[in-house]
Design a protein around this ligand. Structure first.
Ligand code: HEM
Length: 377
């Protein structure tokens, strides 16, 4: 269970502030990184399309979206077929797959101690050990750069070398990197894969997004973050994708910060509580027709984004709210708008892919084939 101790508060604050100093959340520097990585992705993606115009969609965005995060954290980018990065992402995926939202151990944690093998504990320990080994050697590579910090890792090392605060030590750095990697790996990437899946399924929405992009983005022009506000239908579609996919359906348990009574249940300070994100995003009272994929629910009569946007719970809430939200939303926009401007996506003509997700700690899209047609440029 995760609480809000002094060390956690200090490190979370430091991490968010320092990442911001290195461009995280600033549209100018983050936009440049995103532009470069999206261009690299488009070239890579075109090569994945077979001579029949089909592509097998299984985690295509994984390395690319981690690259955006990793460039802000370590200052380095990887090739999209980099075997080390692919292996790390595989470990992260294995770890998340071994914990399910339907796991009995979430309600009865003692099961993990009584039946470690059955509860996937050995697999989880192996994955975390291998990920931390990689992060430790990454920190070693940055030791020399700490005097003149160029990225988050250098800056944290600089803080450790100053030796003024024991909370800043190598172990905390490695675990902070692990949290950022685990939080950022796959989340944005899976949401982007859901984007493709929903656009194949809801062709009318895809066409409306394309018409808006065609009007506002002249042929041969790159998508940039600063045009987002001119594309309300595209924004509304991204909000609907976030609501509909709820890729983190139930995040880990948090400590209740005070005694409360909720719907007649007494919850004491320190008791574990969990947010049912999927439940909130699919609540009939809030949304009326939650099972319909309908971006229009986020638009008012003047085509402005309405207050429904604030009811989406996909990034959690409270003190533990996702610190990667701005990066995730910017990435979703840049990849989605670029792909929708360049291509039309359809099913393979033989089968309709399922929109039902595969369960785990996060919801995953089930891999599918799709047809890719280039739009007139
Ligand atoms: C569409 C993409 C993403 C979604 C839907 C998402 C969603 C979430 C959710 C629901 C939580 C739990 C919040 C809670 O307990 O209330 C979380 C936590 C977290 N996320 Fe994200 N996230 C995404 C992308 C990212 C990215 C790109 C990063 C990279 C910085 C990131 C880093 C984290 C971290 C480090 C935590 C733990 C925060 C803490 O416990 O203090 N996430 N995210």
């Amino acid at each position: 269970m995760t609480g809000y101790g002094e060390a956690w508060t200090k490190l979370r604050r430091y991490t968010i502030r320092t990442l911001r100093e290195f461009g995280f959340g600033k549209s100018s520097s983050m936009g440049l990184v995103l532009n470069e990585e999206v261009d690299k992705f488009v070239a890579f993606f075109k090569n994945q399309v077979n001579p029949k115009g089909l592509v097998y969609v299984k985690d295509p965005f994984d390395v690319s979206t981690v690259n955006v995060l990793w460039r802000l954290i370590t200052g380095k980018s990887h090739d999209l077929d980099d075997s080390k990065m692919i292996e790390l992402l595989r470990l992260s995926r294995e770890y998340k797959k071994s914990i399910s939202v339907t796991d009995a151990s979430i309600a009865y944690p003692f099961l993990r101690t009584w039946f470690p093998g059955w509860m996937g504990r050995y697999k989880q320990i192996e994955c975390v050990n291998r990920l931390t080994q990689f992060l430790e050697s990454l920190v070693d590579e940055h030791e020399e750069d700490a005097k003149n910090p160029h990225c988050f890792v250098d800056a944290f090392l600089h803080e450790i070398h100053k030796g003024t605060d024991p909370e800043f030590n190598r172990e905390q750095l490695v675990y902070t990197l692990l949290d950022l990697f685990q939080g950022g790996a796959e989340t944005t990437s899976k949401t982007l894969t859901f984007e493709l899946l929903y656009m194949i399924t809801y062709q009318d929405v895809q066409e409306k997004v394309y018409r808006e992009l065609e009007t506002h983005v002249p042929p041969g022009t790159s998508i940039t973050l600063d045009i987002k506000h001119r594309l309300p239908y595209t924004q509304a579609t991204l909000l609907e994708i976030l609501r509909f996919s709820s890729i983190v359906p139930i995040p880990g348990p948090l400590e209740c910060p005070c005694d409360i009574t909720f719907r007649g249940f007494k919850i004491k300070m320190g008791d574990p509580v969990m947010i049912n994100i999927h439940g909130c995003n699919m609540n009939e009272t809030t949304w009326g027709d939650p099972l319909s994929f309908r971006p229009e629910r986020f638009l008012d009569d003047e085509m402005n984004i309405n207050r429904n946007a604030s009811f989406i719970m996909s990034f959690g809430g409270g003190k533990r709210v996702c610190p990667g939200q701005i990066l995730a939303e910017s990435s979703m926009f840049m990849y989605f708008a670029t792909l929708m401007r360049l291509f039309k996506f359809e099913n393979d003509g033989e089968s309709t892919p399922t929109i039902q997700p595969t369960l785990g700690l996060t919801y995953s899209p089930t891999p599918f084939f799709m047809r890719v047609l280039e739009r007139n440029q």
